[in-house]
Design a protein around this ligand. Structure first.
Ligand code: GLN
Length: 462
């Protein structure tokens, strides 16, 4: 369901925001078993919708009036709990709005609820939530991807117009690929992280899911921009001008580099490159050096930063406090509050930062981060975008990927954009022989977010 289409009807009075909200709430109820939401603010959304309808009839509608948004539950919105899908924060009431939430509300959007996710955004399948797995709306026996799986399903199953997620290593793009939605991870620093619970601060980025590029562009315009509350927010970001399809130059991975992918993904990738060529773009094979370093670099940096960021959950300041009186409050609270994936990351991160190992792991990972970023920068001297699959497979079954390292490998195509800080977009691109959605990716140069969205819109209309 596209907001832009709905909005013209809200403005013309042929339908109302209130009736759109009612149909979203009905879809949430019908699809309750998918477990996409951790909190639904139905009554607040209903009264906000009535207020939006009054503004439409008074001719006072703001740019996003009546846009219905679902928010990943690691982004702070007052009046709704903020849990990060963790027992550690069960029932926590946040005191302020994230900047993105503030901007959306000021522009007229209304919040419908908070979406389920992997605990503290760590995962690729939405199986690590303390409040139950999320199911894929295309096949409930399969995962929706993670960690923003709830936000992806909410958009795919028409429970809202758009949703916000966070992407540290692919958590927007991978679930977008598994649910036939568009998913954008913006350039690092273009969207404020104020009010996002940190996982790995140098990689985390808030972004969004939508059913159309036009909706995505509109909402992105509202949430992007400098925020003094986020020290990594970019002050004078000048978005790169879009390039007309006929003049755009796209780098592609040679098919031989897709070794770990399912054959159906490889076939779809070839069709994707053909479709890009049909828009008039020039597509050429480019070998990106250091791709073998993507996953190890990501998992060292992400776990190191996570071990430091999650130190604040100590059972004293906020969050779960262990009732046991005989042990150490902090150790007991963390053992009870955090699930096994979060504990695994904290232990690994503590190890790679520890004396004697810091140089061997963390410093090395910082050095390979530089190599990876420089390799991208060289590609973008000659190309406007880089085309690659979003995921090596389509949605897998719940419980199918058992060992953590295989799960981590499913992020192969997504983590490098976070390492380099560049924008990346997952585009729905047909289905496999089981009818499961396939996603293809476009990565862009720094500040080239609009450019990749433009190429994607050409693809959709060609
Ligand atoms: N799947 C990746 C991980 O588990 C990415 C998570 C994310 O982007 N938040 O670290």
């Amino acid at each position: 369901m596209s907001y832009i289409q709905d909005r013209s009807e809200f403005a013309a009075g042929t339908t109302t925001t209130r009736s759109a909200v009612e149909s979203f709430i009905e879809s949430i109820e019908t699809h309750n078993a998918l477990n996409a939401f951790l909190h639904v603010g139905a009554d607040t959304a209903r009264s906000a919708a009535d207020a939006a309808d009054e503004r439409f009839s008074a001719g006072l509608a703001r740019p996003l009036e009546g846009l219905v948004v679902a928010i990943k539950d690691n982004i702070s919105a007052t009046g709704m709990p903020l849990t990060c899908a963790s027992r550690m924060l069960d029932g926590f009431d946040p005191l302020y709005n994230a900047t993105v939430v503030e901007r959306l509300i000021d522009a007229g959007a209304l919040l419908i609820g908070k979406t389920n996710m992997d605990e503290f955004a760590m995962g690729s399948s939405n199986e690590t939530s303390a409040f139950g797995i999320v199911r894929n709306s295309y096949d409930p026996d399969r995962v929706p991807g993670g960690s923003s799986g709830g936000s992806a399903v909410a958009v795919a199953a028409k429970m809202c117009h758009v949703s916000l997620g966070s992407d540290t290593g692919g958590s927007i793009r991978q679930p977008a690929a598994f649910t036939a939605t568009y998913g954008l991870k913006p350039t690092y620093g273009r969207v404020s992280r104020y009010g996002l619970v940190a996982f790995a601060s140098s990689l985390d980025q808030i972004g969004l899911f939508s059913n159309s590029i036009a909706d995505m562009q509109l909402v992105f315009d509202t949430i992007t921009g400098y925020d003094p509350m986020d020290s990594t927010s970019v002050k004078d970001a000048s978005p790169l001008p879009v390039v007309e399809a006929s003049a755009s130059r796209i780098a592609a991975l040679p098919l031989t580099e897709l070794k770990g992918c399912d054959q159906e993904i490889i076939d779809a990738y070839s069709r994707y490159l053909d479709a890009l060529r049909l828009t008039g773009a020039t597509v050429e094979d480019v070998t990106l050096p250091y791709s073998a370093l993507w996953i190890p670099t990501y998992f060292i940096l992400a776990t190191a930063e996570a071990s430091s960021n999650l130190a604040r959950f100590d059972g004293v300041r906020y969050g779960l406090r262990s009732e046991s009186s005989d042990g150490d409050i902090t150790t007991d609270s963390r053992s009870q509050g955090f699930g096994s994936e979060v504990q695994r990351r904290i232990m690994l991160g503590t190890f790679v930062l520890s004396a004697g190992y810091g140089e061997a792991y963390y410093t090395k990972a910082q050095q390979s981060r530089r190599l990876i970023s420089d390799a991208y920068a060289r590609v973008f001297e000659s190309y406007d975008a880089f085309a690659l699959p979003t995921t090596p497979t389509t949605a897998f079954r719940h419980g199918q990927v058992k060992d953590p390292v295989s799960m981590w490998l499913s992020d192969y195509f997504t983590v490098s954009a976070n390492i380099a800080g560049i924008p990346a977009l997952s585009i729905p691109f047909g289905t496999d022989s089981k009818g499961l959605p396939i996603g293809m990716q476009l990565q862009g140069t720094m500040f080239g977010d609009e450019r990749i969205m433009h190429i994607a819109s050409m693809l959709a209309s060609s």
